[in-house]
Design a protein around this ligand. Structure first.
Ligand SMILES: Cc1ncc(COP(=O)(O)O)c(C=O)c1O
Length: 456
């Protein structure tokens, strides 16, 4: 397994990225690694990232004039694709009538009511800006409401960069993980408040006995179990049949709140998110990414009696930028597009996801490439592995060749495909993708596998 960051950009004429290189060199005087997140820099893109200048529908255009079919789609934050006309019009409307008042606004009410309509567990709604912020508020609320100190999270789940949950969410070497009955908690960053992690219990996912053991070992101490409904930050790992239902039953039996983190799955898998798709009712859920259609809009929603603890700042959640009008205009327009015509948008993204993933599997078989494709609806990830299935974080850490994936993703760039640059980050189909994009991508994948020598 080669380490991340080891692959270099494969350059093929007439593919040139000189302008990106120049911008990157210039950026080193003002930006760390050329951008505002480590995942956009050399750790994922080799020598330097590609600087994008424009997005339109399913396409991105870079500073050198190259165009790409974009399957990363802003980490899934633009479910309608780039520069969707309804979204652009809403942004203009929001901007031209005052971007942000930080007062009560009718648009906030309208968006909250639409969210309540599509997500039945959203008895009440509170807006924030990012998934991280919504999760922070949800955890504080769970602790404040229950009076319990601990939270339980799962290995390999990412819930944002908040100290309490920034643990065991990066891939590690297998021996570091400890035994699955008592996982070693591995902090994902320097500088964390280590005491906050003393109250975080970490358990393997897709394993009900492990969850039950942890709940039994901490009677009356766990405020909430926080989970992604589909693991989306270790490739794509779906829940085993019955797993989420079992998780719901166990949390109920222990009077522990179920906090479903739908930052990725919300407004992506179905109009009603992962909870509608799998038929579970969480106590609290968090949304972000696709909700804002490219602007920072997130939401914490849930049971009215729990959410009521936010009243008068009893459980405090503030934020100058919460519910900016421009973001809410965009979110409302985007959500209306997603749910109209009986949520036809989701039918489209599932079909695109299905065709693409079937095609990818055929190409890998044809070229004798050891890779599998894991998918739920529009979310997918290619995993270079000899296994037929990756079921949890431990499988991912042990059997997935991340270096190979990175070589593959970088080899796709000269062929006009911008896929997730890291094996951990999934890719996603949006309303803007077409069957032509699928065919174009499959042809590019064929070439990239050859360029990067991925056949066995
Ligand atoms: C499941 C999940 N929760 C929370 C977050 C944090 O969201 P944000 O990046 O908007 O802070 C992410 C981000 O990728 C995520 O995947």
């Amino acid at each position: 397994m080669s380490p991340p960051g080891s692959a270099a950009i494969i350059t093929r004429m007439p593919y040139k990225t000189d302008a990106s290189k120049r911008l990157f060199d210039r950026s080193l005087g003002s930006l760390i690694e050329g951008g505002s997140s480590a995942s956009r820099g050399p750790a994922n893109f080799g020598d330097y990232p590609i600087f994008m200048v424009k997005g339109e529908g399913s396409r991105l255009f870079d500073a050198d004039g190259n165009s790409y079919v974009d399957w990363m789609m802003s980490y899934g934050a633009v479910p309608l694709g780039h520069a969707n006309p309804a979204v652009v019009a809403a942004a203009v409307q929001g901007a031209s009538t005052g971007m942000h008042f930080a007062t009560a606004t009718e648009i906030e009410l309208e968006l909250a009511e639409l969210i309540q309509e599509v997500i039945p567990s959203a008895e009440m709604v509170r807006f924030a800006n990012t998934g991280t912020e919504a999760v922070m508020a949800a955890i504080r609320l769970a602790r404040g409401f229950t009076g319990r100190p601990k939270i339980l999270k799962f290995e390999g789940h990412y819930h944002g960069w908040y100290d309490d949950v920034l643990v065991s969410s990066n891939p590690q070497l297998r021996p570091s993980l400890g035994h699955r009955n008592s996982p070693v908690k591995i902090a994902d960053s320097s500088g964390l408040n280590r005491r906050s992690q003393q109250d975080t219990i970490v358990v393997p996912w897709n394993d009900l006995p492990a969850l039950e053991r942890a709940l039994n070992n901490n009677p009356g101490r766990i405020a909430a179990v926080i989970t992604e409904g589909i693991m989306a930050n270790m490739g794509v790992i779906p829940p085993q049949p019955g797993y989420l239902e079992g998780l719901r039953e166990l949390t109920e039996a222990h009077d522990t709140l179920l906090l479903l983190d739908e930052t990725v799955t919300g407004f992506r898998i179905a109009a009603g998110g992962c909870q509608a798709h799998y038929g579970i009712t969480p106590d609290l859920s968090t949304f972000g990414k696709a909700l804002g259609s490219g602007l920072p809009v997130a939401a914490l929603v849930g049971r009215a009696d729990i959410m009521d603890a936010l009243s008068w700042g009893g459980v405090l959640h503030y934020g100058t930028q919460n519910a900016s009008r421009i973001g809410l205009h965009v979110a409302l327009a985007s959500l209306k597009e997603l749910v109209r015509d009986d949520a036809a948008a989701f039918k489209h993204t599932w079909e695109i996801g299905d065709s693409l993933c079937q095609g990818l599997r055929s190409v890998f078989t044809e070229l004798n490439v050891n890779a599998i494709v894991q998918r739920v609806g529009p979310m997918f990830q290619i995993l270079f592995t000899e296994k037929t299935e990756i079921n949890d974080y431990r499988d991912f850490c042990t059997y997935v060749d991340r270096g190979k994936y990175q070589r593959f993703a970088l080899a796709l760039l000269p062929h006009g495909i911008y896929m997730s640059p890291a094996a951990t980050l999934h890719s996603v189909a949006t309303l803007a993708h077409s069957m032509e994009d699928v065919s174009f991508t499959l042809e590019a994948v064929r070439k990239a596998c050859k360029d990067a020598n991925l056949s066995e």
